[in-house]
Design a protein around this ligand. Structure first.
Ligand SMILES: *Cc1c(COP(=O)(O)O)cnc(C)c1O
Length: 345
């Protein structure tokens, strides 16, 4: 079997590995389309409108990726030489190839996350620069929800939004997995998203779409993001084929995220029984679990699992992610395979 032949494997590397279901593909095939660069694609317009309404924002803008949506948002909020404040493990700081600096001429100010995935507001306050020619101008606070699977408390979000406004900062949410947060809290997603000036929501993670992210915000901000999207090469033509997957997912794949959370919980409980594994059960809130295994087991465990039809990103610190293509039975198989491996150690 080649490493790339993943179709029949239980793939725990990420929730981005899902394949569109037959019903989703049918919705894509049937999509009404037009040229979205002219604003003519009815499916794109519908998806943008639906997400704007759900999130409590004026408008939405469809992007090919979350990386591009975040960058366009940063460019809409901040001008050349201006600064955004975010978590030092934040996606836009760590995992977007420095795009904000490379393409946006923006300056990041990273701050360490607290244990619950929040940024301490007194640390943010201390990071805001006075109006002085020596410093970049602080413009924006960026939060992430979920952050490594952790759900930000609603009270914190309200407080952070008030704080940002009080300090003349915009506030952006990297909400790649914000639907997981909403389902976990049992609230409509708008209860989280309406507190932000802009939110980037991924369709290609837990929602199971092949492609796509939507940025929501007010019309003036999105007009700037629209220009940035053009600069970044993100203007797409008959993108309704892709947007149709998003529309389908909003209807069929949101509530079911609870199954992924239950599967992650069951997987965590099973693995926590294994004495060589270190796992903090209280940190498992949504569809991700993090565990530590002995360094010497990293390669052989990954190989053992691969033989058993299970894919992980190998390392001593493992992140396992549940999603649409991981069933409750799969979880049992994964626990059994881990047990099988560690029983002989
Ligand atoms: C996946 C992800 C993104 C966007 O990633 P793309 O792969 O570019 O779609 C942004 N932020 C977070 C937190 C993510 O997990």
């Amino acid at each position: 079997m080649s490493v790339c032949d993943t179709a029949n494997m239980i793939d725990l590397r990420s929730d981005t590995v899902t394949r569109p279901t037959l019903a989703m593909r049918a919705a894509m095939a049937a999509a009404d389309v037009g040229d979205d660069v002219f604003g003519d694609d009815p499916s794109v317009n519908r998806l943008q409108q639906q997400l704007a309404e759900k999130t409590g924002h004026e408008a939405g803008l469809f992007f090919p990726s979350g990386t591009q949506s975040n960058l366009a948002a940063l460019m809409a909020h901040c001008g050349r030489g201006e600064e955004f404040i975010l978590g030092s493990l934040g996606h836009s700081f760590k995992y977007e190839a420095g795009g904000a600096a490379v393409l946006g001429s923006l300056w990041p100010c990273p701050i360490e996350y607290q244990a619950d995935g929040t940024l301490a507001l007194e640390k943010v306050a201390a990071a805001i620069k006075p109006d002085d020619a020596h410093f970049p101008r602080s413009r924006l606070l960026v939060l992430e929800n979920t952050q490594n699977g952790r759900v930000l408390p609603l009270t914190y979000i309200k407080e952070a939004a008030g704080f940002a406004r009080g300090h003349g900062l915009g506030i952006h949410l990297d909400g790649a997995r914000v639907f997981n947060a909403a389902v976990k809290l049992g609230v409509p997603v708008g209860e989280i998203t309406r507190h932000f000036d802009s939110v980037s929501l991924c369709l290609s993670k837990g929602l199971g779409c092949p492609v796509g992210t939507v940025l929501v915000g007010n019309k003036a901000l999105l007009a700037k993001a629209h220009r940035a999207r053009k600069i970044l090469g993100g203007g797409m033509r008959q993108a309704g084929i892709l947007a149709a997957a998003g529309i389908y997912a909003l209807e069929h794949h949101v509530e079911r995220l609870a199954e992924d959370h239950a599967n992650a919980q069951a997987l965590a409980e099973g693995l926590a029984q294994i004495k060589q594994i270190k796992l903090d059960l209280t940190a498992v809130q949504t569809n991700m679990l993090f565990l530590q295994i002995p360094q010497e087991d990293t390669q052989p465990l990954a190989e053992h699992l691969r033989q058993a039809g299970i894919l992980i990103l190998s390392g001593a610190n493992l992140r396992l992610v549940t999603h649409l293509d991981v069933s409750t039975q799969d979880v049992e198989r994964v626990i059994a395979a881990f047990q099988g491996y560690f029983a002989s150690r």
